[in-house]
Write a protein that binds this ligand. Structure first.
Ligand SMILES: Nc1nc2c(c(=O)[nH]1)N(C=O)[C@@H](CNc1ccc(C(=O)N[C@@H](CCC(=O)O)C(=O)O)cc1)CN2
Ligand SMILES: Nc1ncnc2c1ncn2[C@@H]1O[C@H](COP(=O)(O)OP(=O)(O)OP(=O)(O)O)[C@@H](O)[C@H]1O
Length: 198
């Protein structure tokens, strides 16, 4: 496991992104199936009606099997969609199983913006977050845009509001011993990997 103490956030991010990108396609497919087995029958997933996921990019663990399962079970499935203004914010928008998608400014596919299909993040039951690095204490290192932190910032002010449950999704190799937490970081309830819950 990487010792995060001697690295800056930028160095750590580079190292961990490289690790997940190095996974071969067969290892990625195995990891996606193992992640599905960790979550598909868990009560947090089974009970959730409104679930936000993401489309994998840059070697991220792929939640596509969970997306398919969520659709098949009649859940409402949401993806993050970047706003053009302010450029640092994003919203969660419902997609259907055959949704047409187009690449956003980072090359990640997303649905065409439609405010009728958007839902406030505090009205979601479960958000499955992509991440670059995680620790056992709810720490998350993202791509560095602050998109998830900004959309979850209300949590810091509303301590008694526990929705939605926040679960990071990652490959086991993205674990670090302890991430330095920034003042704006919103702790995860847990991170789920191909090998277990942390
Ligand atoms: N799959 C996925 N979707 C997601 C996120 C994510 O981390 N993963 N995001 C989570 O926040 C948001 C997008 N945030 C991102 C932030 C930076 C970069 C990125 O690749 N930056 C490049 C260079 C930027 C550029 O091309 O202009 C880089 O750092 O190399 C990508 C996504 C919303 N959707
Ligand atoms: N609630 C917030 N309000 C204002 N700025 C914020 C907030 N959260 C994060 N930021 C800003 O966003 C920038 C990136 O934050 P950070 O490095 O934690 O992103 P990240 O969690 O890695 O990215 P992402 O959530 O997009 O995957 C920081 O410079 C920070 O100043």
């Amino acid at each position: 496991m990487i010792d995060a103490k001697d690295l800056t956030r930028a160095q750590l991010r580079r190292k961990l992104r490289q690790r997940r990108r190095e996974l071969k396609p067969a290892a990625q497919r195995r990891a996606a199936r193992a992640l599905y087995r960790q979550l598909a029958h868990h009560p947090l997933f089974r009970r959730a009606r409104h679930v936000a996921l993401y489309l994998s990019n840059d070697g991220e663990i792929d939640p596509c099997l969970l997306i398919a399962a969520a659709h098949a079970r009649g859940k409402q499935v949401y993806l993050p969609v970047l706003k053009s203004w302010p450029r640092t914010s994003m919203v969660f928008q419902r997609i259907d199983a055959r949704e047409k998608l187009a690449a956003n400014r980072f090359g990640i596919p997303e649905p065409r913006r439609d405010s009728m299909r958007q839902r406030k993040v505090w009205a979601l039951d479960l958000v499955l977050l992509p991440l670059v690095g995680f620790d056992r204490h709810g720490g998350r290192l993202g791509m560095g845009g602050g998109f998830y932190d900004r959309s979850l910032a209300y949590r810091a002010r509303r301590k008694n509001w526990h929705k939605p449950t926040l679960l990071g999704l990652a490959h086991g190799c993205q674990q670090v011993d302890r991430l330095p937490m920034a003042s704006w970081d919103i702790p995860l309830d847990a991170t789920v990997t191909d090998t277990g819950w942390y």
